[in-house]
Ligand binder design. Structure first.
Ligand SMILES: *Cc1c(COP(=O)(O)O)cnc(C)c1O
Length: 219
């Protein structure tokens, strides 16, 4: 199947409130352009250098999402143009994003990554660390970042029950932040679900899915 027909098939199956991020990491610009010409405007990359190279040569109405782990010293390269950073997992990183946003005279939208998987290797805050962050004065004082929601990745497993449990857990954290009366956050994005599990993620409350191989083929 072509990239165009893959895209159309996925898009037509999505509820209206769910946004599709086309994950184009490792794929050539020609593949991204095929998706662009089919109407796709949101692309996700996991390496800053690769995203920068694609941004330079591609149409400027594309929204570039950084979905990978971000190293603090590389934030400056994407700060002028990045549309949403999904994998924010420390106060230190947020402070650097805020600093670079100020330099570029803009506000940078971010999602906080939450650790939901049963694996040591996946990045993100646990619930206690999240609580600490949200209550930190340094966090509340940053004016050039905007936290739009949460992001998470389920364990890499065939066990649907486990994946569902992890997504449901993330959704409950999302809801509990919404309920906090004193919260100044207004979360609207819950980024969870990839090619193998996005249908389940949507059932569990996802509003943004990150789909790569089901659109562009395997990597
Ligand atoms: C690569 C990647 C995806 C997309 O994975 P597919 O299985 O190809 O859909 C989604 N999210 C993150 C964080 C990724 O790194």
């Amino acid at each position: 199947m072509s990239i165009q027909s893959n895209l159309h098939k996925i898009k037509s199956s999505l509820p209206e409130n769910v946004t599709l991020v086309a994950v184009s990491k490792t794929k050539p610009v020609s593949d991204l352009m095929e998706a662009y010409n089919a109407g796709q405007r949101i692309f996700g990359e996991n390496k800053i250098q690769e995203m920068l190279e694609k941004w330079e040569v591609m149409p400027k109405d594309i929204q570039w999402h950084m979905i990978g782990h971000v190293q603090t010293n590389k934030v400056k390269f994407m700060a002028p143009f990045v549309s949403l950073i999904h994998g924010v997992d420390s106060l230190k990183l947020l402070q650097e994003i805020n600093k670079q946003a100020i330099k570029n005279n803009r506000i940078i939208d971010c999602l906080l990554q939450i650790h939901i998987a049963d694996e040591e290797t996946k990045f993100g805050f646990d619930e206690e660390e999240l609580e600490t962050l949200l209550n930190a004065t340094e966090f509340q004082e940053m004016k050039n970042i905007r936290i739009l929601g949460l992001m998470g990745m389920a364990t890499f497993t065939d066990n649907q029950e486990q994946i569902q449990k992890e997504f449901t857990h993330l959704k409950s954290i999302f809801d509990s932040i919404q309920m906090q009366k004193n919260s100044t956050l207004n979360l609207s994005i819950l980024s969870m679900g990839m090619s193998g599990d996005y249908k389940l993620a949507i059932e569990c409350g996802s509003t943004m899915i990150r789909v790569g191989s089901s659109i562009f083929g395997s990597r």
